[in-house]
Design a binder for this molecule. Structure first.
Ligand SMILES: [Ca+2]
Ligand SMILES: [Ca+2]
Length: 287
């Protein structure tokens, strides 16, 4: 009799574990977002510094509380503002040789670059949530955290930093400051490749049995300082009365020195797969 009971318990445990697995679901989604940036540009005009991002995502829901999401997206980042006490020129004019540029005395600084990113995020739901239900467990706030990769090809547009010395005293024309003398790259001419740490908060909700929505804000710490083409830019600040050559970049590992960006995203998710196993036993055990 005892043996029999043991056997029943074992069978129920096996079935319940299968039921837990059977609760897994998979969703596929599309995303549109607005992005913005924080970095070394001062007095950023945010009305001109919001950019569009589009993406796709796939989500595997382990259960009603935990999910893992992969997403791939592309978009732009740009900003307009000021960068004081530096010799700045604006791109756009014809390049002449020898290259000489007038300094922008208004210290206007802008950048604009396209980027691609891939991210993996863990999601934790504060309530029980399942896409595929319209009456119960049909909405939840959630938080997410993960790891991403960010790539942006050099834009070659926007502002760039000039050498502190005029080509000839009194001409108000400056040679461009080159990041790398060997490659003759302007400060707005370097790629960005960096890891990111995305941290998000949002709301998931179901629209129909198969469709769900997500609204979320994700803030991303990056490990690059040249997203805004201002890489460790304190070194470019000059005293016009006593100009000195720019010092070398200090260190790429200064923790609080790097650029950040964030998105406000709206996603539409479609439930691709759900194993709606018969989980009556699981529900009984849970009770
Ligand atoms: Ca920067
Ligand atoms: Ca910085």
């Amino acid at each position: 009799m005892l043996q029999m009971r043991k056997l029943i318990v074992v069978i129920m445990l096996i079935m319940s574990s299968r039921c837990v697995m059977a609760q897994a679901t998979t969703d596929l989604g599309v995303q549109v977002a607005a992005a913005t940036y924080w970095g070394d540009i001062e007095n950023v005009n945010y009305s001109k510094s919001i950019t569009p991002v589009v993406g796709i995502l796939g989500r595997y829901n382990f259960n009603k509380r935990l999910a893992i999401r992969g997403q791939l997206f592309t978009g732009n980042l740009k900003a307009e503002g000021f960068f004081n006490n530096a010799n700045i020129a604006q791109s756009g004019g014809a390049r002449t040789f020898p290259e000489e540029y007038p300094r922008d005395p208004a210290y206007n600084f802008n950048f604009n670059r396209a980027f691609q990113s891939v991210e993996a995020l863990f999601e934790f739901n504060f309530r029980d949530y399942k896409l595929g239900r319209t009456k119960k467990d049909n909405w939840t706030p959630f938080v997410s955290v993960g790891l991403g990769g960010f790539f942006s090809r050099a834009s070659r547009v926007g502002s760039f930093i000039l050498d502190p010395f005029e080509t000839a005293p009194g001409t108000a024309l400056y040679p461009p400051y080159y990041l790398e003398p060997a490659t003759f790259k302007l400060t707005n001419n370097s790629d960005v490749l960096t890891l990111t740490i995305p941290v998000g908060v949002g709301l998931k909700f179901n629209i129909t049995k198969r469709l769900g929505g997500i609204i979320e804000v994700i803030v991303r710490k990056t490990f690059a300082d040249n997203i805004d083409n201002l890489d460790d830019p304190k070194r470019f600040v000059i005293d016009p009365a006593n100009p000195q050559p720019y010092p070398d970049k200090v260190s790429g590992m200064q923790l609080n020195n790097n650029d950040w960006y964030a998105t406000l995203a709206v996603s539409l998710c479609y439930q691709l797969w759900s194993s709606k196993g018969n989980c009556a036993i699981y529900d009984k055990i849970k009770k």
